[in-house]
Design a binder for this molecule. Structure first.
Ligand code: PRX
Length: 654
């Protein structure tokens, strides 16, 4: 690997878990953790098979732990049958039926507690409603919903009847929703009239109507939850209110037992090229990964109040809101609104109000809240918090230290968790009672996860602090199974680089002298904006779809708050604007992209040039553009440029 990705970050601070934390922890020390590592190393399949037998409730036991005959299509716990909603709900009813499963708060501050018993009943009822609407095992159901309990109820209800859900984040546009509906061939959409965010109504149903106007012909039913209560239009033959769909349904729904490998859900994520990929996850292996990581990394206990702030539209909201903690019988917090509504202390106020013990969020949120000053968190009693977590992108040591001192009061371990939509569950993170942490490092792989750093030939890089490709060398239970409708892409994207032997994560990383992993960034052109992956290609196609745009190149520019900010270089049809500035057009293009993809994809900055720098083979020189956007000295070879004057335009200087 070229020297460019060699790391410059040198971090020497080391924080040992406190004795009070370790004493009560499930894995209280390195010796216990080593035993788990050893067990996984001595008998990899036996390690996972034991956990699967002990931790999941099976309808029919499995015989084969791992079938690798069709690698890279791995099958885990073949022959086994189970039901995911049964594992998340029914099995807690006898001993913990009255325990709170979900504490829900809306943006206006109304909150309510839902017990396991009540959640079970709601899931059964909605599962019956789905059946009544003709949804059967294997059918795809799209969710386009607010962050409210009904979103979890819908996911669990799909799981109960073996339907495959695909959640589309509520911030995505009609076009993106339509694309996902069409790719999945969904039979039904579950949405809401609207929801409040930052005091404004998000028009979910209107966007859904638009999506179904421009396509999505497979959809027969749209179930609409009344949330905002504002006027919307309903299409008689297609749309039905959630409350009407629930009329006359039974409170019990016998779970549909499915095979271990039955797809539980599809979740779309960006790649550097092509359209978003429908990542397909399994049932048993996925749940085992979500559950074990919840237990190991968050050290969940009977009395914990666990708040993962992620929306269910992302993988984090699947594994650590809808599935992992419920399978563990924990109490979770769900919040529907924006983090700074009405004020910048909303998160801290809620931690105090609900006595949150474990708080899990993204570096971008931490940095945003850090900027607002210490007074806001200091106004609140945060003493209930015992563990902090972060996910989605590398966290800078400054934000890590702030999180530790101002939120955690120097007492709480921070678990920096590395994983991906594709991995289904956390792969690397400090086990909080055992592993000492370093600001900015996700530390070590979890037991049963074989992470390594490889060079181009697939050899381990053993020298400390040498960057390389992050790879997973053995299949693991919660891994993706394929890309929905495009199996070749699954093989090409994740397995072809190392000849089908190892999973290529797409990140570069290094290991330090202590063997700790440090993620250095993506090796492809995928952007990471506020912890969400966005493909450059999607944004470029959106820009080029505008009648005035001839060509576009999009790159990520390091940004203090969002990790990366989207920076677009645009060539217009016709004249370049005078001095490269056209504020009105820039605003129009930003709005345009928001409409095509969603507000998260809006370029922060747009520069106009007569041409884009390309290699001889016609590839856009993104590295050069990154250098230019960051206003750094150009060290690349620019001899292929037709017109070097373009560089000045790209720099915004002519
Ligand atoms: O680049 C890594 C970064 O986010 C990517 C995965 O994005 P996504 O599938 O959207 O899932 C995000 C939530 C799991 C990774 O390839 N990433 C995720 N967590 C971390 C991270 N980078 C550094 N440190 C992390 N803890």
């Amino acid at each position: 690997m070229s020297h460019e990705i060699e790391s410059t970050l040198h971090e020497e601070r080391l924080f040992q878990p406190s004795q009070t934390f370790s004493e009560q922890a499930r894995i209280p020390d390195m010796a216990t953790l080593q035993e788990l590592y050893q067990k996984a190393e001595d008998d990899y399949e036996g390690f996972w098979a034991d956990l699967a037998r002990k931790e999941l409730t099976w309808h029919k036991p499995f015989q084969t732990t791992l079938n690798s005959n069709h690698a890279p299509h791995y099958r885990w716990f073949e022959e086994g049958e189970l039901n995911i909603s049964y594992n998340c709900l029914d099995r807690h009813l006898a001993n913990n039926g009255d325990k709170t499963a979900i504490i829900f708060e809306d943006e206006k501050g109304n909150n309510r507690h839902i017990s396991y018993k009540a959640l079970h009943r709601d899931v059964c009822r909605f599962a019956n409603a789905l059946k009544e609407q003709g949804i059967e095992k294997g059918d795809r159901v799209i969710l386009y919903m607010p962050m409210c309990p009904q979103a979890v109820i819908t996911m669990q209800a799909c799981a109960r009847i073996g339907a495959i859900h695909s959640v589309v984040f509520g911030g995505f546009s009609a076009q993106s929703l339509k694309d996902r509906i069409e790719d999945t061939g969904a039979k039904a959409v579950v949405t809401a009239d609207g929801c409040y965010r930052g005091g404004k109504i998000i028009e979910l149903k209107a966007t859904c109507d638009k999506a179904l106007e421009i396509g999505g012909n497979s959809v027969q039913t749209v179930i609409v939850l009344k949330r905002s209560g504002h006027d919307i239009s309903m299409t008689q033959t297609r749309d039905i209110w959630w409350h009407d769909a629930l009329k006359n349904v039974a409170d019990e729904c016998i779970p549909t037992w499915v095979n271990s490998e039955h797809p539980l859900f599809l979740l779309y994520t960006s790649g550097s090229t092509g359209k978003p990929k429908g990542i397909q996850h399994s049932s048993a292996g996925y749940l085992l990964g979500a559950l074990m990581s919840t237990k190991w990394v968050f050290d969940i206990r009977e009395d914990d109040i666990f708040w993962c702030t992620a929306d269910v539209g992302w993988i984090t909201g699947h594994s650590y809101v809808a599935y992992g903690p419920l399978a563990a019988g924990a109490t979770i917090v769900m919040y529907e609104g924006a983090p700074t509504t009405p004020n910048g202390d909303r998160f801290w106020e809620m931690c105090e109000r609900h006595k949150v013990t474990i708080f899990y969020t993204a570096p971008t949120a931490i940095r945003t809240l850090m900027k607002l000053g210490d007074e806001l968190p200091n106004k609140h009693d945060l003493s209930s918090i015992r563990l902090l977590g972060t996910v989605g992108e590398p966290i800078n040591p400054e934000a890590w230290m702030w999180y530790r001192s101002v939120i955690g009061k120097e007492q709480c371990p921070i678990v920096d968790t590395w994983w991906q939509t594709e991995t289904g569950a956390i792969m690397m993170a400090p086990i909080p009672g055992a592993v000492a942490t370093k600001p900015g490092s996700c530390t070590l792989a979890l037991p049963g996860i074989d992470a390594d750093i490889l060079d181009e030939k697939g050899n381990s890089i053993t020298a400390p602090n040498k960057g390389g490709y992050l790879a997973i060398k053995k299949p693991w239970p919660s891994m993706l199974r394929t890309v929905w409708g495009d199996d070749q892409r699954y093989i090409d994207t994740y397995w072809s680089y190392f000849d089908g032997k190892y999973y290529l994560a797409g990140d570069s990383a290094r290991r330090d002298e202590d063997g700790y992993f440090w993620i250095m960034g993506r090796i492809d052109d995928v952007l990471n904006v506020s912890g969400h992956r966005l493909g450059t290609m999607e944004i470029e196609s959106a820009l080029v779809a505008h009648p005035r745009v001839a060509e576009a190149a999009v790159i990520g520019k390091p940004d203090e708050t969002t990790g990366e900010a989207i920076f677009a270089f645009v060539v217009l049809r016709g004249e370049r604007p005078e001095g490269g500035i056209d504020e009105a057009l820039t605003q129009e293009l930003r709005k345009w992209v928001a409409k095509q993809i969603g507000p998260i994809a809006k370029p922060a900055e747009i520069r106009y040039a007569d041409n884009l720098p390309k290699t001889r083979s016609g590839k856009i020189m993104r590295r050069l553009l990154r250098t230019i956007a960051s206003d750094e000295e150009i060290t690349q070879d620019v001899s292929t440029l037709e017109n070097e004057a373009i560089l000045l335009q790209l720099r915004g200087k002519s």
